[in-house]
Design a protein. Sequence first.
Lengths: 344, 276
Amino acid sequence: MSALSEAIALKVHYAVGAPAWRSRAGPGRVVRAVDGVDLQIAAGETVALVGESGCGKSTLGRALLRLEEPTAGVVRFEERDLTTLSAEHLRQRRAAMRMVFQDPFSSLNPRMRIGEALAEPLLVHGLCNSRSARERVAEMLDVVGLDRRVAARYPHEFSGGQRQRVAIARAVIGNPRFVVADEPLSALDISVQAQILDLFADLKDRFALTYLFVSHDLAVVRHVADRVAVMYLGRIVEMGAAEDVFARPAHPYTQALLDAVPVPDPTRERARIIGRLQGELPSPMAPPSGCRFHPRCPRAMSICQRDDPSLLPVASGQAVACWLYAPEGGAPAAERTPVSLASP
Amino acid sequence: MRPVPWLGVLGSLLIAVAVAVAVTAPWIAPAKPTQLDLRARLAPPAWVDGGKSNHLLGTDNVGRDVLSRVIWGSRISLTVGTAAALLGMLLGSTLGLLAGYFRGGVDAVISWLINVQLAFPFTLLAIFLLGTVGGGFAAVVVVLALATWVNYARIVRGQVLAIRERDYVLAARAVGVPTGRTLLRYILPNTAAPIVVVASFSTAQAILTQAALSFLGVGIDPSVPSWGAMLDEGRNYLQSAWWIAVFPGLAIALTVLGVNLLGDWLRDWLDPKSAA
């Protein structure tokens, strides 16, 4: 199966502060938000992208739609390279790839009625005239569980959950094939989150959608994802089928993330290794040498400080970027000695 | 049901009266604005000692009827004020929108123009332009628009710089909305409030500046009555014949008040949040 959406050696870097030629402090600093990512998303699947805030997962999600300018690498959608498309061709491709944003309070134009906002994708891609658009909008409002009459109202009249329904309707109207949902639940009340999650599942079946679900909430991810990609500091460190990753997390970072999820079983809760993941996420302006996770890794070895592991398949089915799983010939035994006192 | 916007109603009423007076000037003015009554020079308003009943608001230094001149003067003042404010709005908002949205080189050029305009003494520019191309209605409107476009351009540019970073603008791009449509349907409506506010004080500024230009002798022919020109003429007689300057001044003040109240109300009305 060929990939619907694909990133190859993708890098998205930002310059921060004054440009280099203006700065007296020397060359401008660069945030390596996404720093060499390969990712394939097949038609029909739901891929979850997880990681701490600041790891670059939102940037990667946007870059797949070319809402971010890639610094290097290739982004493909339906086998077409988006980085070389002209602005107008890219705009036309957007009929098929959409986005749901995190905050439904800022992602809807406050001066546009709900009906106008929903008709926008239909009109700008010439899918309907304005009369038939009204009918399509009304149908879509039914689908996302809103009253047809809300079309005449403005976003500020609605709750967060209702607004997110509108934003989702805008993302799926006009039959797109790929939807990137960037933390679509995290601005909502817990009670509303489950409803919106059900709506995503319902729409996927109804419109044969493919999702990239960007989230930091592993409970949500476990619920929706076919595959999971774990990001750390601009890199994917583990990727695989959701059940494999949740059942047998391979990368120490994934293990730590899963440990951080509260467990409703007191005996297992006590058995969790509390505080295993130490320190803060290092600055993406100056990522650590070698494996980016090594300063926080309980199982760091000497090789981890020096050499960057690449994403390779491991026995349990997923792919992991970690020296623990490198084939024995990959590194001399001497370099496999733990550098910290934490035992494996 | 929203409460009746009384101030907005008052503003509309003031503007409506001013416009009605301007339109019906030939019929409601008791005398021709240029007609001299030399025996009744500097006559005070009718209700003051020595006032004459045929000059309700008194006469000026050459015996022209102040009431008639205020009535006729509304024509120039209103048309020049409105036309200049609208032209300035069109010019300034467009440039501000482009500068704020495209940034980079476009912004550098437009911001440079704004700074040049702000640094350059406007009166000098006006005298130079009107001196070379000659006065007249259209020339004065263009010069006044040149005086006010900066107000719009600066405010709109700043507003657009903030709005272009909002999620809904990115969402428009993600959906495939073309740039022109994004500017007109997503960004411009969200800058409407400051534009309306600037428009209401720019109209006032245009009315007053037009007066100054007439006073300098480069504006519209000073024999054509306008509120601004009357104010300037009356300045010299403020001690002895206050009515020459006070009545056109009052007309300007009420019109400007009306424009401001109307603008204030319009800004609220344009905000969907207030239309509960």
